[in-house]
Design a protein around this ligand. Structure first.
Ligand SMILES: CC(=O)O[C@H](CC(=O)[O-])C[N+](C)(C)C
Length: 282
């Protein structure tokens, strides 16, 4: 929840930049322009537009991320006839990471759909229109009434295409950096200081976004587009390529990277602290 509170304004900038389409004059010239225009026009509330969806979903999302990782690890160990506490190889860690995205998408996809729609609806207000959604619940109910569960889950495949490789990189980079730091210091990975965990977590976040940005742009466009605008994800990608060129697939990379390090450093430190507390209470 701390990482959402810190990271949401910059995530909002990312989504707003990703959903600016070609043809019209771009509303924002860059990350800081978008941040300052949003603050001037909409105040602090504007920067936190759409925060309710990730705030509600973030705890279950990360519970499922780490549970899914554990399940993936169990499957990998079983496959190699290993004991439950034997350390996994890097390949096994990456498999478990990718596996974790499968159950997580069940909560991630609708949360992202609602968050992105709320984050961009200020554009409609700007154009003189009335906001369509009053908040997270209103948005979810309207999506369900208008298009059923299919509409609530619009963008599920795009979320999977973003998060399977993203999670491979996220867990992989975190473990590689932790193991390297432990080796250099002559310690076990579990004995690293919180500062080292923060650093490894931040690296995991950067690695995640290095592979996730192109599918994230396609996902944001698809999830916020009016019904019927695109035939599918391939159509979104082809339209982006034709109208805006390959650079369009990297829209929002600046804010994504600014947010990646601190948000994920906080996330992994929180996970390691909870794990130590649970082990202590056991
Ligand atoms: C896209 C996303 O939510 O990535 C997570 C890291 C972040 O920056 O929020 C990691 N994970 C895909 C494992 C949930």
């Amino acid at each position: 929840m701390c990482s959402t509170l810190i990271g949401h304004p910059i995530d909002l900038v990312k989504v707003r930049m990703q959903t600016q389409s070609a043809g019209t004059k771009p509303a924002f010239n860059g990350t800081f322009d978008c941040l300052s225009q949003t603050f001037k026009r909409e105040g602090v509330r504007g920067l936190y537009r759409g925060v309710s969806a990730p705030m509600t979903a973030i705890a279950p999302i990360y519970a499922v991320v780490f549970w899914g990782y554990d399940m993936g690890g169990r499957l990998a160990r079983k496959n190699y006839d290993m004991q439950p506490n034997e350390p996994m190889s890097l390949n096994m860690i990456m498999f478990a990471g990718g596996f974790s995205a499968l159950p997580t998408t069940a909560i991630m996809a609708p949360s992202e759909r609602i968050k992105c729609l709320l984050q961009v609806q200020a554009n409609e207000i700007e154009k003189g229109g009335k906001p369509k959604y009053k908040g997270m619940v209103d948005c979810g109910v309207k999506l369900f009434r208008e298009g059923g569960i299919r509409s609530v889950y619009k963008g599920t495949l795009a979320t999977l295409i973003r998060d399977v490789p993203g999670s491979v990189a996220w867990f992989g980079a975190y473990e590689v950096v932790k193991r390297k730091l432990a080796e250099v210091q002559g310690k076990e990975p579990g004995e690293l200081s919180p500062l080292n965990v923060l650093f490894a977590g931040g690296c995991g976040g950067i690695a995640n976004w290095c592979v996730s940005i192109p599918p994230d742009v396609v996902k944001s466009r698809y999830q916020t587009a009016p019904e019927g605008m695109y035939k599918g994800l391939g159509d979104v990608a082809a339209t982006l390529m034709k109208e805006e060129g390959p650079a369009a697939f990297f829209k929002g990379i600046g804010p994504a990277m600014i947010r990646a390090f601190p948000a994920n450093a906080a996330c992994f430190l929180g996970m390691e602290l909870s794990r130590s507390m649970l082990a202590f209470m056991d």
